[in-house]
Design a protein around this ligand. Sequence first.
Ligand code: GLU
Length: 509
Amino acid sequence: MAEISESRRVRVRFAPSPTGPLHIGGVRTALYNYLFARQHGGDLIFRIEDTDSNRFVPGAEDYILKAFRWLGIRFDEGVSFGGNYGPYRQSERRDIYRKYVDLLLEAGRAYIAFDTPAELEAKRAEIPNFQYDASTRMQMRNSLTMSKADVDALIAAGNQYVVRFLIEPDEEVRVNDLIRGLVTVNSSVLDDKVLFKSADQLPTYHLANIVDDHLMEVTHVIRGEEWLPSAPLHVLLYKAFGWEDTMPQFAHLPLLLKPEGNGKLSKRDGDRLGFPVFPLEWHDPKTGEISSGYREKDYLPEAVINFLALLGWNPGNDQEIMTMDEMVELFNLEKCSKAGARFNYQKLVWFNHEYIMSKSDSEIAAMFMPVLESHGVRTTRERAEKAVSLVKNRVNFTGELWDNCSYLFQAPTSYDEKSLKKWWKEEAPVTTAQLCDFIESQPEFKGEILEPLVMEWIASKGYATGKVMNALRVTLVGAAMGPQIFEITDFLGREETLRRARKAIQILS
Ligand code: GLU
């Protein structure tokens, strides 16, 4: 397996095409690049690969930047971050690419082709499994089959053309992948890929990607498995330019699989099973369609990051909860798995719960205050914090807090049927009224003092503790749910506790 070379400063990049919202798999790729860069004290570059104008979607670049800000993934240079290797948006690098296309043409490593879509279509119909390569290129309309004068005349007359990479057949192309090991491909299976199109004067992904990785001194290309088939072509391009000595090391990350494990994770799986596949909500500018995002669904960014880090890698012990710093320290590209990683979103829900528990009540309360306000509750930060401390262990999402503690701020206006049936028995009005009188007669209301006294009183009356206390609970909460009852009474205070209990006796009698 290839060794990670330490001789050059580590430089990695995340290079999305702005064709829509950032898929969760892309977030995982960016995260692994981030961890790798941090670990090696290197640089993480943010490059926008927007050479395919047909697929450009307005707002996508901005969305991607916002998503990383929310997730806490920071870039060292690139679009919107600055740096010495710019511009970092490929559409602003036309002149650079043109120069390198010309270099390949001059060296005879590429050629100009005039075949129209209709002509290519005709060839495909004529030759089964047609591929533009060594076996067919001499039958086509290109600078290899035409005179220089004819080529120049066609261009001068405004005919559109493409520049194709000339791939020599029957060569062993070796891709040294840090995760997959040595991958060998015979060059005859590759076609003469289009590198440049005269129509928009722009290079294709392949050329721009290689030129930029070279000029930006990228040392490691860490990207999704879907790019593995392009890697042999990329290796040949590095060679054609004479850049093999500084060719980056490749690491192709495992696929993200459906929760069931069969096939690639798609947006449809999220729709079907009820989880987002995008970090932030996305409003499609063309269709108007809205796709849900983790942020809007109340996932904590730390939970999303921690979950994604473990999709394809693990630290080799049983540790699951890790801070970003811990991940930076433990991450190991060479320990990433080759096999696809099942997108077990239930595990993400578990992570979210764990991160809620690990955050201070004060942090969670800060998120909860606007929710309280939206329900017309005006309260102090201190009370919000107290409420959070009472119920946070019951929720997986901060968005579930309100349903679990609204009764702390608003007296019940109805009582749950099932709870009543179970706990509001015939004797309940009398025992609850007596309990109210007893509580009212006590000089101290604080739970820790009141609780043993109430227990004593129940025993002296010969009542069943469960019955008495659950009846009280239903009057205060509206249902047989919630934390320890004296925590609730402490929160409500003497006056509100007695008011709710006595009102319920009235209503329910
Ligand atoms: N622009 C490609 C993408 O959208 C980048 C692939 C690569 O990292 O080489 O993912």
